[in-house]
Design a protein around this ligand. Structure first.
Ligand SMILES: Nc1ncnc2c1ncn2[C@@H]1O[C@H](COP(=O)(O)OP(=O)(O)OP(=O)(O)O)[C@@H](O)[C@H]1O
Ligand SMILES: [Mg+2]
Length: 360
């Protein structure tokens, strides 16, 4: 029976000299999903991608692709074409020849090469540009040639290492949408590396957040954004407010925590296993807080507006509470209305999220 798991990484470790770059990576990736590896520069994203593709030999662990242990296989036998961070096309070759390259290496018959290259070019909307050279194309078109070069191999999994980093913001957004559309239409399994959190949130079925060579969280964009498991993830994805709290009571699925010097309590749903007396962090997003809102309560803090910034669709307020802690609150679509002086910040209970202090 065909398993739903296409890529299975078990305890993968990679060391360069005395730099332990990948630390016990365990990850299962399902067929047909768009997976993003997200993390800051140097956290090991490219290293893991290259280890999957077979360009690096791992020091410990197992890489399984489609039910086969591939540790000993060279890249060309793994069926994992990779589009590199600097997606180098061959400048002296036409678009057609660039795309046909992998099939030519495999010595496929000419008729088959012709047919597959033309089909893939249609998929990525490059038909008619067969005879162009890379320098005669825009950045976005070149990027699609790089994609086509991977697609033409009919591989079960495609690895993309920041393929859009050379494009300007607008084009980047366009190609992003195209890429996601192609992936969904063809049911491809794609691993996409980026350090751009918006890109990750908008394109992925699942996001893997890396923290210094280890996985901090693996989940859907919604889970990563609304239920970050660590302070690192909450901080890395978007902006958030943290507040120190202590667990007063813990039950299956909920916890009552006390925050602030006033000893205010809130009862919050949580998946974390917590013990009474444990110190935790509460995380609440700037857009989940309201200023002087009559109907929202549950979580309340009094603050004083320090400054604000108009950002078009929202006004971002910087406030200080009575303990001197800074808060960020986003107010949307409020027109000319502004807040100053002392205000009440409040949030619905279900917008408050508990993060364990000791990493899970
Ligand atoms: N071939 C190599 N030899 C030695 N050290 C390496 C090699 N490749 C990567 N490293 C080191 O491994 C660590 C992870 O690098 P990697 O390129 O995987 O990061 P990354 O997450 O892809 O970063 P970026 O977002 O900047 O591309 C870094 O400390 C880097 O210096
Ligand atoms: Mg990289």
């Amino acid at each position: 029976m065909e398993s739903n798991i296409l890529l299975d990484l078990k305890n993968v470790n990679k060391v360069f000299g005395n730099n332990h770059v990948l630390k016990n990576i365990n990850l299962k990736i399902e067929r047909g999903k768009f997976i993003t590896f997200l993390g800051p520069s140097g956290c090991g994203k490219t290293t893991l991608l290259r280890s999957i593709a077979g360009f690096y030999t791992i020091d410990d662990g197992e890489v399984w692709i489609d039910g086969n242990l591939v540790n000993e296989l060279p890249p060309y036998k793994r069926g994992t074409p990779m589009v590199f961070q600097e997606y180098a096309l061959f400048p002296h070759m036409t678009v057609f020849d660039n795309i046909a390259y992998g099939l030519d290496i495999k010595k496929r018959p000419e008729a088959e090469v012709q047919e597959r290259v033309m089909a893939v070019m249609a998929q990525v909307k490059l038909s008619g540009l067969e005879e162009r050279y890379p320098h005669e194309m825009s950045g976005g078109q070149q990027q699609r040639v790089a994609m086509a070069r991977a697609l033409v191999m009919n591989s079960p999994i495609i690895l993309l290492d920041e393929p859009l980093s050379n494009l300007d913001a607008k084009l980047r957004e366009e190609v992003r949408v195209e890429l996601r559309t192609i992936q969904q239409e063809l049911g491809l399994t794609v691993i996409y590396v980026t350090h751009d959190q918006l890109e990750a949130l908008s394109m992925s079925d699942q996001i893997v957040v890396f923290n210094k060579g280890a996985i901090d969280q693996y989940g859907t964009p919604h889970e990563i954004y609304y239920k970050p498991r660590t302070q690192y993830v909450a901080d890395f994805i978007g902006t958030t407010n943290f507040i120190e709290a202590v667990v007063v009571q813990s039950k299956e699925g909920t916890a009552t925590v006390s925050y602030g010097f006033g000893g205010d309590n809130v009862t919050i749903t949580t998946d974390e296993k917590l013990t009474e007396g444990e110190e935790v962090l509460l995380s609440v997003r700037p857009e989940s807080l309201r200023l002087n809102h009559p109907d929202i309560s549950g979580f309340n803090i009094i603050g004083v507006v320090q400054s604000s910034m108009f950002l078009g669709e929202k006004e971002r307020y910087f406030l200080a509470d009575q303990w001197g802690k800074e808060w960020i609150v986003d107010a949307y679509d409020i027109g000319q209305k502004t807040f100053d002086g002392q205000v009440r910040m409040s949030a619905a209970i279900d917008k408050i999220h508990i993060i364990k202090k000791v990493s899970p």
